[in-house]
Ligand binder design. Structure first.
Ligand code: ADP
Ligand code: TRP
Length: 329
């Protein structure tokens, strides 16, 4: 059976972008693959050096994973920092990772631009830690959004390089995975770009009905089309894309036809979109409420996941130590 590995950094609540870009794949894939889903708390230290409430943030994502339907009986759900073998593999991979190639990673350059006073070594070696996360379980497939493609490329490089240096065929090269042929990009409703925590335009799974409505009603629109079948400008296209993602296809078609006939009323469309987002989020929201208050269950899930993930990681490290030439103990 093929193996799947993926993780999300605990830097806030999950939003619709995280759900449709990553978590939805987690739920689908757990039915037919051996899945490892984790919370990347070490990775969050690269940009949040003094994380307030690290423990609470980890609990939040854990509760939200469960609320979305990630199932601890089907997948191994764990916290990255519970698996000490990961940093050991990270260390070995770093010995064969070159500063030049790490400095060329776009997201590194982006972070340096955004925060020139916090260019730490962890940030530079983010891709080696991510590679360790993935290859430690010999992942075949990694469900992530399009923005992770370069990190995935690096993970394949590091796996291949390890094999070449030690003249073995040990690590597989992991492939990025997307449910549809095209990687999903959930747009923001502020005109341009994708939905994200850092861009302040996210609709969170935990948002209540009035918050959702407020966010959707604020979405950027224009005067409306003046000629039939007019190409949609980006802000309008974004509202339609979100509707395509969360609403019934017939709802999307109804408003699309209205747009093409120059009869669209954005106010009506937004009300419908807000109602559909709320209908999607409401049951998840209730389950988040339930799980986030069930400390005992969360601990139990994390403990069970840690045991299984450690077992898998320890097997790999035993092999790796032997391959590199350390004494076996
Ligand atoms: P954020 O951008 O909110 O900080 P992360 O970078 O932590 O989110 O992303 C976690 C996961 O969710 C990744 O797999 C990423 O590709 C996916 N993801 C985040 N935002 C979106 C989006 N708008 N559309 C599709 N996938 C997304
Ligand atoms: N870099 C990923 C993100 O920002 C999080 C992550 C860390 C990850 N390690 C991973 C994703 C391993 C997939 C596999 O979203």
């Amino acid at each position: 059976m093929e193996t799947v590995v993926s993780g999300i950094r605990p830097t806030g609540n999950l939003h619709l972008g995280n759900y449709f870009g990553a978590v939805k794949s987690f739920i689908t894939m757990q039915e037919q693959y051996k899945c490892f889903y984790f919370i990347a708390d070490w990775h969050s230290l690269t940009t949040h050096p003094h994380p307030a409430n690290l423990r609470q943030n980890v609990r939040t994502i854990l509760a939200e994973y469960l609320a979305c339907g990630v199932d601890p009986d089907k997948a191994t759900i764990y916290v990255q920092s519970d698996i000490r073998e990961i940093p050991e593999l990270y260390l070995y991979l770093n010995m064969n990772a070159y500063i030049g190639e790490l400095e060329r990673v776009t997201s590194f350059k982006e972070k340096v631009r955004q925060n020139p006073n916090n260019v730490n070594a962890g940030l530079l070696t983010y891709p080696t830690l991510m590679a360790a996360d993935i290859i430690i379980h010999h992942a075949d497939k990694v469900p992530v959004g399009k923005d992770q493609e370069q990190n995935m490329e690096m993970a394949r490089h590091f796996a291949r390089r390890f094999n070449q240096i030690y003249e073995v065929e040990y690590f597989k090269e992991p492939a990025s995975f997307s449910l549809s042929d095209k990687a999903v990009k959930v747009p923001g409703l502020d005109g341009t770009g994708k939905m994200g925590k850092s861009t302040g335009n996210a609709i969170y799974l935990i948002d209540d009905e009035s918050t959702i409505k407020k966010k959707v009603m604020r979405a950027v629109t224009d005067q409306g089309p003046t000629t039939p079948n007019q190409v949609k400008p980006e802000p309008i296209e974004n509202i339609f894309t979100l509707m395509q993602i969360v609403s019934d296809p017939s709802t999307y078609e109804y408003f699309n036809d209205k747009y093409n006939a120059c009869e669209i009323r954005y106010g009506d469309m937004k009300k419908q979109l807000a109602a559909d987002i709320n209908a999607f989020c409401a049951p998840i929201r209730e389950r988040i409420e339930y799980y986030s208050h069930n400390e005992a269950l969360l601990s139990q899930v994390a403990e069970k996941g840690a045991t299984a993930a450690r077992e898998s990681a320890a097997r790999t490290l035993q092999d790796v130590r032997q391959i590199i030439g350390f004494r076996r103990n």
